[in-house]
Design a protein around this ligand. Structure first.
Ligand code: NAP
Length: 481
């Protein structure tokens, strides 16, 4: 009877995990998706705990308490730290799978070695290799994103690096194969930790040649590894829910990594082995390119006369935390009857959905957030494209310069707008480390400064203009409507 209830509980939890992923597809249902995921996890824990074979209840309570102690502060990190927080979650998932596999092996060897069939041993070896490499790999990824002092941000490369890494992984797999064939041999329990150490080392070496800014893609790949190790753990423990949840986790991580690679026009191998992010030598053409700059006051005057403005946010908006000022600008423009849309590039910022989350935080209606392919049709009609701390995602070199590292990456066609205002602090390049022709174009004016300050200035000038023309404040207008 208990078993039937338990299986039903697992079935409901599996369905909730699937719905959770489905609901995450759009901002309108994303919150429901989060609740469904939490409910599924809670149900899975309760059902497993209720199994008659579970006798050490105190340890489960200690584990849940430890989860809260770590999880609650992690849930409070600022939005800009979410990529490294996600990496830490994968590290915990990886080490949990690795530890369960290790405990399972030593318990079974001592108590019922016949349980360690070749099939279970293959799954167990996969579980510990993937689990432990995900652990150290994710810790390194989190360290790079958090800019921890002793973790180098730039790619660290050395001769024969890929060969060394593949040999190391090959060694772990070969020793794992020996353990699979002879799990109860007298030398096997002593060999097991060697496989663990090799997997831990491989996790570190896999990540060091990858630049800090490529970490979000790598985290999605590590997510897939953590999911696969949970699938393997499900086979070892004969737990169907772990197999389903791990497969969902693994495949969604892989799909996300593929989407990100496509949006950057990069291959998996280029992300993992391309050492992207090393300083690019500057191209010297002999002639010094000239930026035209504009004052916020002058830009506000143009914005005031525009009927269609496209705001293109990028990583700089996140750094400056300018989203609330952007909201004020949006309100000022809308008050004048200007149509304002936000152009969302799939890899703007440093994590998938980065811009959507920031703009949602500032309560900008998601109906005004337009995906790249859709907004590009409208760019020639835009009176102003206002680039807020974006660089690579509006760089026309991606369309025309075959030698550019971002050639082929789809971009937002800011250059097709009648006028472009670009906000950034300096003449420094963005993530890809290359100059942006857009900033030298005839129709572009630079608004140099921190995004929050510059947008704040624009809002101030627009508000002053509107007061001098006697326009009603937004809130009053909204109330009347
Ligand atoms: P970007 O190319 O990195 O450019 C950001 C720009 O923001 C910089 O040029 C910087 O110029 C400016 N900036 C920084 N702080 C600022 C501040 N406080 N105020 C104003 N401007 C500021 O960013 P992007 O256009 O969003 O492109 C994203 C890049 O990240 C792409 O190359 C993408 O492939 C890569 N990437 C994204 C993801 C993802 O999931 N989203 C994952 C991996 C890689 P200054 O220093 O002069 O201010």
């Amino acid at each position: 009877m208990m078993d039937a209830v338990g299986q039903l509980g697992y079935l409901v939890a599996s369905a909730l995990f699937i719905f959770a992923l489905h609901w995450m597809n759009t901002p309108a249902t994303a919150r429901k998706g989060v609740f469904a995921g939490v409910a599924a996890t809670a149900l899975a824990i309760v059902v497993t705990w209720a199994e008659p074979s579970v006798i050490h209840h105190i340890w489960i309570i200690v584990a849940i308490a430890a989860g809260f102690v770590v999880g609650v502060p992690l849930s409070r990190v600022p939005l800009t730290a979410v990529p490294q927080r996600t990496a830490l979650s994968h590290a915990f998932g990886g080490v949990a799978a690795g530890l369960v596999g290790t405990a399972e092996y030593y318990l079974r060897v001592a108590e019922n070695p016949e349980y360690l069939t070749p099939f279970r041993m293959v799954a167990l070896i996969a579980e510990i290799i993937l689990g432990y490499l995900t652990f150290t790999g994710s810790l390194m990824a989190a360290g790079k994103l958090q800019e921890v002092r002793w973790v180098p941000q730039r790619p660290v490369t050395y001769p024969l690096q890929n060969v060394t890494n593949i040999l190391l992984l090959g060694m772990a797999v070969a020793l794992g194969a020996a353990l699979t064939l002879h799990p109860t041999a007298s030398w096997a329990p002593a060999l097991f930790p060697v496989v663990i150490v090799l997997a831990l080392l491989f996790g570190v070496l896999l990540i060091i040649p990858i630049g800090g800014a490529d970490m979000p893609t790598v985290i999605a790949i590590l997510n897939a590894y953590a999911g696969l190790s949970a699938v393997a753990m499900g086979f070892v423990l004969d737990n169907k829910l772990l197999i389903t949840a791990g497969a969902l986790d693994g495949s969604s991580g892989l799909i996300l990594a593929i989407i990100m690679c496509k949006a950057m026009n990069r291959s998996f191998t280029n992300v993992l082995f391309g050492a992207f992010g090393q300083v690019q030598p500057k191209k010297t053409t002999g002639e010094e390119k000239v930026y035209k700059s504009e004052t916020p006051e002058g830009a506000a005057q143009i914005l005031e006369q525009s009927s269609f403005v496209v705001i293109i946010p990028g990583y700089g908006m996140a750094v400056a935390q300018a989203q609330h000022k952007v909201r004020e600008l949006y309100d000022q423009l809308r008050k004048r009857g200007t149509t304002v849309k936000f152009a969302i590039h799939p890899v703007a910022g440093r994590m998938p959905g980065h811009m959507n989350v920031l703009l949602a935080e500032a309560d900008i209606p998601y109906t005004d957030l337009v995906e790249m392919d859709d907004i590009n049709h409208d760019m020639p009609q835009a009176d102003v494209a206002l680039v807020v701390g974006a660089n690579d995602v509006v760089n026309p070199a991606a369309r025309s310069d075959k030698t550019s590292p971002i050639y082929g990456m789809p971009i937002i066609d800011a250059d097709k707008a009648r006028t472009v205002f670009a906000i950034k602090r300096s003449k420094n390049p963005g993530f890809a480390g290359i100059d942006n022709e857009l900033y030298f174009s005839d129709t572009t004016w630079m608004l140099f400064g921190d995004a929050k300050n510059v947008i704040g200035e624009l809002v101030k000038h627009l508000a002053t203009e509107s007061e001098s023309h006697g326009a009603a404040p937004v809130k009053a207008a909204a109330t009347v409507a």
